[in-house]
Design a protein around this ligand. Sequence first.
Ligand code: SF4
Ligand code: SF4
Length: 324
Amino acid sequence: MLPDWPCVFRTSLSYNGAAGSALKGMRSVGTRSRDEALRNESNEPAIGFVNKVLSQSFVDGPGNRAVVFLQGCNFNCLYCHNPYMINLCNHCSQCVSHCPEGALIFKDGLVAWNPEACIECDACIQACPHNSSPQVRRTNPHDLWLEIEPFAPFLSGVTVSGGEAMQQAQFVRDFFTEVKAQSNLNTLIQTNGDVPREDLEELLPVTDWFMVDLKAFDPAAHRELTGSENERVMDTIRFLARHKKLFQVRQVVVPGFNDSEAEAKQTAGFLMTIDPAIDLLFLRFRSHGTRGIAEAWETPGNEVMASMVAAAEEAGLDQVHRSI
Ligand code: SF4
Ligand code: SF4
């Protein structure tokens, strides 16, 4: 038997074998089927895979917010800033020997993490060849709320991010239902927008806002940056704006991919066709946290960022911002 540590992956749904890429494994398990499979037969709330919880953030929506980072993503962005959140663990056990504190064990084909022994050195994350982490917890919506509740008097709301939060849409719906039942906090989902329409519809009643990361307007640039198409992202932006749930569209400005005035004009032109009041934020790419080729990419300068804002404003958008 494994020790009674709380962070043992016990589902076989997390990965389809070490032979293929971990991302391929994730994609082969659809969001809906995964969430449904995580429900038990008595139809209890979905179980979520939580990477970490921040009790305070001022950059993930309006005001001071708790942020829940969910494990797993359907994109494979070249510049991902949380690459260890892309895949679920496949229990290959390669990280176990890298832990200096004995906080990881491998038994009966499963890796277990002991948070009480962990010193958060992240050696396991660095050692993982599958863009995953052994520190992910399975939890239910009520227990997750209990983690946030002590901070609630100091918060404006709760944001769910990732990874791609909408990969666990049923869990997010059940969690936000709990947040709404227990508090007056508002709720926000940060998403890449490549989301099934029916999942969005299910989330609308319990979600106050969405922030959509439009990685690139140009389809080829989007494909190259993420490995995926952007048509459904556009549809998501239209849908959320129509339902008055779109808090902001964000775009990380990446040198050589989407840092041209033409890209900014096209992005703004697209948003103008929906609503000139849509809030657009250009974020400066930074290499911190990235892996692979993105580690060598440069941060766009003030001139580039200012030209992006100017081009979007010229296209007619009322609310265009950039990060410092
Ligand atoms: S973060 Fe460090 S101490 Fe914690 S489990 Fe990973 S390797 Fe071990
Ligand atoms: S977290 Fe550890 S056990 Fe899981 S896939 Fe990565 S190296 Fe393998």
